[in-house]
Write a protein that binds this ligand. Sequence first.
Ligand code: ADP
Length: 153
Amino acid sequence: MERTLIIIKPDALQRGLVGEVTSRFEKKGLKLVANKMVKLSDEVLNEHYAHLADKPFFPGIKKFMMSAPVIIQVWEGAQCVETVRTLCGVTNARKAAAGTVRGDLAISMQSNIVHASDSKETAEKEVKRFFKKEELFKWDMMAEEYLYAEGEA
Ligand code: ADP
């Protein structure tokens, strides 16, 4: 089963949108298999955004990503990488389609709520960058015997 990594960025935390963003992936039918809160370091951001190192906005994006903790999650599901990118919308939140996370919740190119891995290869690298093996969970949908269990009097 395919996996992808998302980072709920500092703007989402500041604006109280962590639940809203997480909920969109849950409602889509994807499975949450890892979840943690961290303060990103300069070193890890140099690695994570290496493809942007020569851009004028590179120092700005790093400063923004370190301005508050972030939530990092791994989601699992069929064609998960593409599905999550579609749910997030394009980078520039102003141009992102209505109905997407960025299109509905942000108005900035930089502060665009969420990072999502852009390919299966990147996803594998990013999952390894942020999670140890034992932090990734295997679990099955709840069996009916638990779902309908009656509490003891
Ligand atoms: P994406 O996050 O959509 O995969 P990129 O990898 O190109 O996009 O960029 C990483 C992040 O850098 C973006 O999500 C955004 O926060 C920021 N960013 C990209 N382009 C700009 C820009 N021109 N000005 C400011 N920030 C930018």
